[in-house]
Design a protein around this ligand. Structure first.
Ligand code: SAH
Length: 220
């Protein structure tokens, strides 16, 4: 499957609607183009998906999780705090015939369940956390939780792009014993979902981060 085909499939997935989306959890489905970009970087450029156990933090509608499975991930564990979102993810996984490879777990990322670290391929985390606009610090808490989890070989995460955020996140990453191995800027489209959205769609600049433990790169 090529990129364009995968984007087309992901765009057809069920997504949050205005009646049920929870603003305090910053529920926005990851833009299909960004989701596919992230899994192409992880899967093609770094071989971080093939045969891997992948954990998607704040799995929401399952867009990232399903994209990773389409790119050859062995299994994905999707962790999500909102049961309504999990129901959506489940429906989407079934529509793709992937429900047996996507384990959906109701849970809070701030109290991550133990992630099995004995799978031969290693564990990759992918996530599009809340950006911390509605609930201050939410993005940082996701990142801290991911970095603190045992057995994780690499983390891919999507964050709001601005200079202050970049400097802050870089410091946070390095002070936790991780290294920012790659940073890619891209554009994300947010469709109108919440009352305070004035436009039908809004473009925002986001950064895709790839993090690896400093201990694996010989710099610590
Ligand atoms: N990648 C997802 C969207 C992510 S939006 C998709 O494409 O649908 C962020 C998600 O994180 C939302 O679904 C939200 O409910 C969830 N979330 C917010 N706080 C959380 C927490 N503490 N633990 C687990 N999930 C959380």
């Amino acid at each position: 499957m090529n990129k364009r085909q995968l984007i087309g499939l992901i765009e057809q997935m069920k997504t949050f609607d205005a009646a049920s989306a929870k603003v305090e959890l910053e529920q926005y489905a990851t833009d299909a183009i960004v989701a596919v970009e992230l899994v192409f970087i992880a899967g093609f450029m770094h071989d971080d998906l093939h045969d891997r156990l992948v954990v998607d933090l704040g799995t929401g509608t399952g867009r990232l999780a399903i994209s990773a499975l389409c790119m050859g991930a062995w299994r994905v564990v999707g962790i999500e705090i909102d049961p309504d979102a999990l129901a959506l993810a489940k429906e989407n996984a079934s529509a793709f015939g992937l429900e047996r490879r996507l384990d959906l777990v109701l849970g809070d990322v701030n109290a991550l369940p133990t992630i099995p670290d004995n799978h031969k391929g290693g564990v990759t985390i992918i996530m599009n956390p809340p950006f911390g606009v509605q609930t201050k610090g939410a993005d940082t808490r996701f990142l801290r939780a991911a970095m603190a989890t045992r057995g994780i070989g690499v983390i891919y995460s999507c964050h709001l792009k601005n200079d202050k955020n970049r400097a802050f996140l870089r410091k946070l990453i390095e002070s936790n014993g991780w290294i920012l191995s790659e940073l890619r800027q891209t554009t994300m489209i947010l469709p109108r979902l919440y009352e305070f959205h004035e436009k039908k769609r809004k473009e925002i600049e986001v950064d895709l981060y790839r993090l690896v433990p400093a201990s694996l790169t010989g710099t610590s």
